[in-house]
Write a protein that binds this ligand. Structure first.
Ligand SMILES: *Cc1c(COP(=O)(O)O)cnc(C)c1O
Length: 372
């Protein structure tokens, strides 16, 4: 077998790579936080918020505990709650739906289209007189059809809230994910394109009064003077994570460029293999940040096993299921197209720490298994 010759093993993701690449720089930032005892809501949070806002070209970034909390806080801040329905795609992390349930509303599931994001035509069918909001999810580092979704929502009087967890800095017609709706939530989960060293997230918006409300809501409804103006909760961005993210943000453009380079190499090398269908980069006015390389494969499980035998790690998005297929959640919507699609999807390794030799090992293994 080829792996016996090259000895290649490429895990799907390598959580130790960050420490090897940037350990010194990160430890300096952490040491500074420790020395100053600057743990909660200290300078690093505001500094990171301002730096990210500038990078994205948005007026407001509100750091929160994680992206799931961010979605929940946005929905709560705009008054979505009991009796309301919120439409979202069936191909997403369960977190998107969990945030809807957390505010007491009902998630309603739409099918995804050819590019694996929410199908604007299907949204129309799922809409009802109870619909209040729609959450397009910009998956895999690529903006969803945010123009069509926001047009449709405007016609129907629905609010758009964006799940931009996987699309930090991705743009459509020059406008970033998170800027199309009333607000968007980003994730800094370690394996996301802009990764912390634990849980962290942010809300982005161009609405300064909404941002002011969210800043209070993430901190028990408190103002900067400590007066309590509304009910809130605790979902502050940890200052230590903000310090780490400040370092990570300085490398972000280079990291995204490297991810895009690997994405292009996969497309060049694997194009033409008829039993798999590849994603595309930068389609129709987009700039993608290459969070994932998600392919459709005939006999997906066989391909996955053959790659594993050759030392190549892959992953099934969300464990291989649409949200509507998790039986324990009591969801009554069915999304047969998306459920069938999930049985074909496979993620190849794609992150900024891959060496060229890793990328070539993945390509060689896929070609060996599926022909050229
Ligand atoms: C990662 C992710 C989330 C959740 O992010 P957390 O920061 O872990 O809460 C939500 N939606 C999508 C699409 C994600 O990929």
């Amino acid at each position: 077998m080829k792996s016996d010759v090259t000895g290649a093993t490429v895990p799907f993701y390598d959580y130790c790579a960050l420490g090897r690449r940037r350990g010194r720089e990160l430890l300096d930032a952490i040491e500074s936080v420790l020395r100053r005892g600057a743990f909660i809501m200290q300078d690093e949070v505001g500094e990171f918020e301002r730096a990210l806002a500038a990078r994205l070209g948005m007026s407001e970034v509100v750091g929160v505990g994680n992206c799931t909390d961010g979605l929940e806080l946005i929905l709560r801040a705009i008054g979505v709650g009991f009796g309301d329905e919120v439409i979202l795609p069936a191909h997403t992390f369960v977190a998107t739906a969990g945030a809807v349930v957390a505010v007491g509303a009902t998630p309603r599931f739409a099918e995804v289209g050819a590019a694996h994001d929410i199908d604007p035509l299907n949204i129309e069918h799922v809409g009802s007189k109870f619909t209040r909001a729609v959450i397009p999810v910009s998956l895999n580092g690529r903006c969803a059809e945010l123009d069509a979704v926001t047009d449709l929502a405007a016609r129907r009087g629905w609010v758009v809230v964006e799940d931009a967890a996987q699309a930090i800095g991705a743009t459509l017609y020059g406008r970033p994910a998170g800027s199309w709706g009333v607000a968007g939530a980003l994730s800094f989960y370690p394996a996301k394109t802009l990764g912390a060293i634990g849980d962290a997230g942010a809300i982005v918006t161009n609405d300064s009064s909404l941002a002011a409300r969210l800043r209070m809501m993430r901190d028990h409804g408190r103002t900067e003077t400590g007066d309590v103006e509304m009910w809130g909760r605790n979902s502050r961005l940890d200052n230590l994570q903000a310090a780490v993210l400040g370092v990570q943000l300085q490398h972000y453009d280079a990291d995204v460029a490297r991810r895009r380079e690997i994405f292009r190499r996969y497309v060049d090398a694997l194009d033409g293999i008829t039993s798999i269908r590849l994603p595309a980069l930068d389609v129709a006015g987009r700039f993608d940040v290459a969070q994932n390389f998600e392919i459709e494969a005939d006999e997906r499980d066989k391909l996955r096993a053959a790659l594993a035998e050759r030392g190549i790690g892959t992953a099934l998005p969300w464990g291989g299921k649409a949200v509507t297929d998790f039986r324990g959640l009591g969801i009554i919507d069915a999304t047969p197209h998306t459920s069938a699609l999930m049985g074909t999807l496979l993620l190849l390794p794609l992150h900024q720490y891959l060496e060229n030799s890793d990328v070539e090992a993945v390509i060689d293994a896929v070609k060996e298994v599926r022909g050229s």
